[in-house]
Design a protein around this ligand. Structure first.
Ligand code: BTN
Length: 255
């Protein structure tokens, strides 16, 4: 069971808790479609049976051990060319929350969160537009909290990295507070450059030598920037100039 929170400005004033559901992003989309929502509404479940990940993948999380939730935002103040800022504040909010427990918590472009070099959280953001502005943005977040066994050897959880067990409702509120604070900064309109700078500060591979899979070859390089449109700017060894990549155009290679 999860309650609404009073100590945020926008996010979590209304919380819809479902013991089981297929995908919180899909439930959030249904609520949006029906027009029955206020900004900041959160849909959360203990048992997501058909969780969706990026690029058509599945997101699996053991029932009752993790946080699987979606937040409905209406960032109509943001031009669509600036939409990557929503990814950036989401990543920064989760990073800040998890980083308070595990110092080596970084963002892997575009918005995966890694603790001690293992993935602990995934984000799936789905936007709907009205003309050149946002109507809604559904921010789906899966954070591994108490799960200790994973099929994927490169996945981890807060419990695994700290050796502690957590009360999910408490972690839910901490996460919402962090999201709310970053969303309020975004809404102020005056912090966009700060947000971009902070994102680079915690970005895996930024000004570091890392490996990429590009054009079927493993190549070393380093991230030099992330463009306003959210493309990853990389200087690859053996390439004369920096190059910008979208989601499916380059992959990280684990070292
Ligand atoms: C990824 O890393 O591929 C993104 C995973 C996103 C998972 C979350 S869990 C809550 C929300 N509902 C979904 O169906 N997906 C997101």
């Amino acid at each position: 069971m999860y309650n609404s929170t009073q100590d945020t400005l926008i996010i979590g004033k209304k919380v819809i808790y479902l013991p089981t559901c297929h995908s919180t992003n899909d439930i959030a989309a249904e609520i949006v479609h029906a027009g029955l929502f206020e900004e900041g509404t959160v849909v959360i479940t203990d048992n997501q049976v058909k969780g969706r990940g990026q690029r058509g993948t599945a997101w699996n999380a053991n029932a009752g051990e993790n946080l699987t939730l979606s937040v409905v935002l209406t960032p109509g103040f943001l031009p669509i060319q600036e939409q990557f800022l929503i990814s950036q504040i989401t990543a920064l909010a989760i990073r800040g929350y998890l980083g308070s427990y595990v110092p080596d918590t970084r963002v892997k472009w575009p918005n995966d969160i890694y603790m001690n070099n293992r993935k602990s959280c995934g984000v799936l953001i789905e936007n709907s537009l009205q003309g050149s502005r946002f109507a809604t943005s559904i921010v789906g977040i899966g954070v591994n909290i108490n799960q200790s066994v994973f099929e994927n050897e490169y996945a981890t959880s807060l419990a695994r990295e700290t050796g502690q067990t957590f009360v999910l409702a408490d972690e839910f509120h901490k996460l919402l507070k962090s999201l709310d604070a970053w969303y309020v900064r975004l809404r102020s309109g005056s912090q966009n450059d700060v947000i971009r700078r902070e994102y680079l500060r915690y970005l895996y591979g930024y000004q570091q030598d890392v490996k990429f899979l590009y054009n079927g070859n493993i190549t070393s390089g380093s991230v030099t920037d992330v463009t306003k449109l959210g493309k990853l700017r990389v200087r690859l060894a053996n390439e004369p100039e920096e190059m910008d990549f979208g989601l499916k155009e380059i992959e990280w290679v684990r070292e």
